[in-house]
Design a protein around this ligand. Structure first.
Ligand code: AMP
Length: 117
């Protein structure tokens, strides 16, 4: 079993979080250090550490990340203005929490995707 992270505790409601959506496959909650007016994390309930550990059997669950992102974007009023979906992997990707998750960030112009250099 992968190591338990803070996200597993949030999913099980053992740690506090502002949960905006939960179903049998995924949980979404507001990022504790928001980078934009909307910054929400969508997390599979299954504790997959990184994209590198994704299995073919996870495809349905990972597709759910996108349909929930779409639903959250509408609820947050950012579907038309636009938003960014991000998944970081390992050290160079800037991953901090080793429980796979998708960031949905929006509510302001986000600028270029990557810093130069
Ligand atoms: P990443 O760098 O992709 O692993 O992103 C991890 C994100 O989790 C960061 O944006 C953190 O601010 C966020 N985060 C860490 N702990 C919590 C928490 N307890 N509740 C909500 N967001 C958190």
């Amino acid at each position: 079993m992968p190591q338990d992270t803070i996200f597993s505790k949030i999913i099980r409601r053992e740690a506090p979080a502002d949960i905006v959506y939960q179903d049998e496959l995924v949980t979404a909650f507001r990022d504790i250090h928001p980078q934009a007016p909307t910054h929400i994390l969508i997390v599979p309930n299954k504790p997959i550490p990184t994209v590198n550990e994704v299995e073919p059997e996870d495809e349905l669950m990972l597709g759910r990340l996108f349909t929930v992102a779409q639903r959250i974007a509408r609820a947050e009023g950012i579907a038309d203005s636009g938003y960014r979906l991000l998944v970081n992997c390992n050290r160079d990707g800037g991953q901090e929490v080793y429980h796979l998750h998708m960031h949905i960030v929006g509510g302001r112009p986000l600028g270029p995707m990557l810093q130069r250099g």
